[in-house]
Design a binder for this molecule. Structure first.
Ligand code: EAX
Length: 358
């Protein structure tokens, strides 16, 4: 049973009308141990609206949007954070989670969070350089060898500086969570080397570095928001798309794409964002609960994401998809940063790039 709950967020400028549901009992709050991240049986585990809405009794509620499927790694991390936030705020604060682009595409959600009309979102770095240009360096191909290398940079000085630049947009960055290494799917032929990409129309994110990279590899890059992609694949407007395995599997992209090549071209983080005006209205104790819950959920979400891939690949193979390991050194040798930087129009902060490449 759903019912409407109207929450006045801390008497601040933001008054949000929020939808909550009545299924979660207070007794469910306050889980002390963060469950260990385990590989999901993604296809038979469906999160329903009742799981996604926070406890009814919480009075400070944040709507958080993502474009991804309820079964995917973003939402699992947010569900974990919902439970931690309820615990650390003694039931006062919670998240209401809206997956599947219900609150709009990533660009729109960022804008809305910046304007304070939506409290939170979890978005990939895809649209972020359109707001804060320095983020684009994170999208360069083969920048990170391993996820651990990426975590070290994203949780360190470089990541912290990037997150703080979001304040220019009215946004507080609560941390880098994980989307993952991006692979490519298509329905035309097996892709083993960049040669096989030639002439293919590949959907990319609306991100100039990604577009320039695919163009440099000989594909025709077709940028579009995630929400439009399924129809584009079904109708053959594009031949393929690129995303981390966790997204490909949880959104069942494999049902319309026969080939998946593990090129790991970009490491894709995502950023948990909250509106600056909402954040500023919280008490120190509330901010502390929020930060603690976000940090712990980030660790959980990354572990979960890492554990997901192997099972997801098995699911795809069982569905008849040809999953191809590639020789990444061949792909790396086809990449030239100067070329990509000039084609993407990236105004690179050379010191930042040098620091990253080092
Ligand atoms: O943020 O647009 C994309 O391809 C993203 O990877 C997806 O929406 C998750």
């Amino acid at each position: 049973m759903k019912r409407k709950v109207t929450a006045i967020l801390l008497g601040l400028s933001l008054i949000a009308s929020l939808t909550a549901c009545g299924s979660k009992q207070p007794a469910e709050q306050g889980t002390t141990d963060a469950p260990a991240a385990t590989a999901p049986a993604a296809s038979d585990e469906t999160e329903n609206a009742d799981t996604l809405m926070g406890s009814d009794s919480a009075t400070v509620r944040f709507k958080v949007g993502t474009t991804t499927a309820p079964e995917g790694h973003y939402v699992k991390g947010l569900i974990e954070m919902q439970s931690l936030l309820e615990e650390y705020s003694n039931g006062e604060m919670t998240l209401d989670i809206y997956p599947n682009s219900q609150l709009g595409n990533e660009r729109d959600m960022m804008e809305n969070v910046g304007m304070g009309v939506q409290e939170m979102c979890l978005v990939s770095t895809g649209p972020i350089p359109n707001f804060v240009s320095d983020f684009a360096v994170l999208d360069l191909p083969y920048l990170f060898e391993t996820a651990d290398d990426a975590y070290a940079v994203l949780d360190g000085e470089i990541g912290t500086n990037l997150l703080s630049q979001l304040s220019s947009q009215g946004i507080v960055g609560l941390g880098f969570w994980e989307n993952g290494f991006r692979d490519v799917t298509n329905d035309t032929r097996e892709i083993v080397t960049p040669e096989d990409l030639k002439g293919m129309k590949i959907r990319t994110m609306e991100n100039n570095v990604h577009i320039a990279t695919y163009e440099a590899l000989g594909a025709t890059a077709t940028p579009m928001a995630w929400g439009e992609i399924f129809t584009a694949l079904q109708q053959g407007t594009v031949d393929g798309q690129e995303n981390p395995i966790a997204i490909i599997e949880s959104a069942k992209v494999y049902e319309v794409q026969k080939y998946c090549s593990l090129i790991d071209l970009f490491y894709s983080p995502c950023v948990l964002m909250i509106s600056q005006s909402v954040y500023d209205g919280l008490s120190d104790t509330q901010k502390e609960a929020l930060t603690k819950a976000a940090d712990e959920a980030k660790t959980f979400q990354r572990e979960y994401s890492q554990s997901y891939n192997e099972d997801a690949i098995k699911t795809m193979e069982a569905a008849g998809v040809t999953v191809t390991e590639v020789d990444k050194s061949v792909w790396k040798s086809a990449i030239n940063y100067d070329d990509i930087i000039s084609k993407s129009g990236l105004k690179v902060d050379q010191a930042l790039l040098d620091q990253l490449v080092k």
